[in-house]
Design a protein around this ligand. Structure first.
Ligand code: ATP
Ligand code: MG
Length: 428
């Protein structure tokens, strides 16, 4: 029997990898524009790091982490998210004394033992960004604007939902009101919600059960319980978004799955992925650095899920890819193969993606290969063409074909062909 991959762990095959690269490259450019630098952090950390940051009474820490003792019996965990590791590194390397480097991003795999489904895996990838050092509400707006810019650059149709979860001062009041509300509905909601109402009451608002959600329609709103300074903060975040012309809606029921959020939280929502409707999410986490043993510095960040982005950008990018000057070179006979071999190298030098057959296949099977490659162009070098020192250039999409002269100077000849391909590609 063959060994198969683990459930929820996915291979990214070559026909999909260009999407990943496109998304990452686009994101890196935008992150740099907003002053973020890349940091690479380990996949394995001490379990304590996540218990202390994400929170003991969260789904992630309670039941989703890949936690095990290492060979020296230290409890280690494969990171379920990026923020905790980045903040640990920030503290460990004394990065607060640096002028730059307070805006950090990291890209890589995360691990959560969840029920795998479309857009939900056990190993998934996030691009995670952290702006550390300022508590100003305009930084919240700036970070959301960066997420928004990325969505626009990828031509994604998402909406931005925002909320405030208050702070250490005002959240307890809200919790109290919520627990009172929940106590009266114990027999109407699920067992999970009843348990949550004791351990982590805010989380009930995030319950996926329709029935529970109906019960919570009249639940108290956090926004009615914000203290003066949280209320001001939230107002200024909204003003910041308005200054930047970014549309948003307020969702007072949005709570996040991680306990470290304070004040602003937000999600980027799509209608195209069924239940997995969040493409990215984040918020402010003032107090988290101190909680991890660092200086008391505020921070705000977000993470976007690569797999969900890949599911969404698919169509558009593939269309763009098709417009690339992609060539398959068909040669018949050894002389043509030699000429074709140097033509291929020359065209690659110009920037074209070119492939050819080296195994003397028939014209028909080389045509089939060209089709398989999804080549936009085919260049045919047969005996007749070779005798006339020319080649046949065929556009596989439109069916158009033309003869191109091959001079002895391979450089000029490749420039000429490449220009024809490029110009026609731009015009279609
Ligand atoms: P969800 O509500 O979908 O479970 P979450 O609130 O757990 O998301 P975060 O922990 O804030 O999400 O992670 C941010 C983003 O990472 C999500 O918006 C999503 O795009 C992605 N993500 C989270 N968990 C998974 C997963 N198991 N598989 C794939 N992507 C994920
Ligand atoms: Mg989740």
């Amino acid at each position: 029997m063959t060994v198969k991959g683990l459930k929820g762990f996915k291979d990214v095959l070559p026909n999909e990898v260009h999407l990943w690269q496109h998304i990452e490259n686009t994101a890196r450019k935008i992150f740099h524009r907003f002053g973020f630098s890349e940091i690479k952090v380990p996949i394995l950390e001490k379990t304590e790091l996540f218990a202390r940051s994400i929170g003991e009474a969260t789904d992630i820490v309670e039941k989703e982490m890949y936690t095990f003792p290492d060979r020296n019996d230290i409890s280690v965990t494969m990171r379920p998210e990026g923020t905790a590791s980045v903040l640990r590194a920030y503290i460990e390397h004394g990065m607060h004394v640096l002028q730059s480097g307070q805006r950090l991003y990291t890209i890589g795999p995360m691990f959560r033992y969840e029920r795998p489904q479309k857009g939900r895996l056990r190993q998934f990838h996030q691009m995670s960004v952290e702006a550390i050092g300022s508590g100003h509400p305009r930084v919240d707006a700036e970070v959301m604007a960066m997420a928004w810019t990325l969505m626009e650059a990828l031509s994604l149709n998402v909406s931005l939902e925002i909320n405030s979860l208050g702070c250490r001062e005002c959240r307890p009041e809200f919790k109290k009101a919520l627990v009172e509300f929940l106590d009266k509905r114990q027999d109407k909601v699920c067992a999970d919600c009843n348990r949550r109402s004791k351990t982590n009451p805010l989380r009930v608002l995030d319950c996926k059960s329709e029935n529970c959600q109906q019960q919570y329609v009249d639940a108290p709103s956090i926004l009615d319980h914000l203290c003066g300074s949280c209320e001001d903060h939230f107002l200024e975040v909204r003003e910041g978004l308005e200054l930047l012309g970014i549309h948003y809606s307020v969702n007072s029921r949005m709570v996040r799955g991680l306990d470290y959020y304070t004040r602003t939280t937000f999600e980027l929502i799509t209608n195209d992925l069924g239940a997995q409707n969040a493409v990215g999410a984040g918020g402010r986490y003032d107090g988290l650095l101190e909680q991890l043993g660092g200086q008391d510095k505020p921070g705000v960040g977000f993470a976007v899920g690569m797999e969900r982005l890949v599911l969404l950008v698919n169509e558009d990018i593939i269309k763009a890819e098709k417009r690339k000057p992609d060539v398959f070179l068909i040669t018949l006979g050894e002389d043509a193969a030699r000429k074709g071999f140097s033509l291929m190298h020359g065209l690659r030098g110009q920037g074209a993606k070119v492939s050819m057959d080296h195994d003397g296949r028939s014209m028909k099977s080389q045509m089939k290969l060209a089709d398989k490659h999804g080549a936009r162009y085919v260049i045919i070098l047969g005996e007749d063409e070779l005798a006339n020192n020319e080649a046949l250039l065929k556009n596989m999409v439109s069916g158009e074909q033309e003869t191109v002269a091959l001079s002895d100077d391979m450089g000029t000849c490749c420039t000429g062909i490449y220009e024809r391909i490029r110009v026609r590609t731009i015009n279609t």
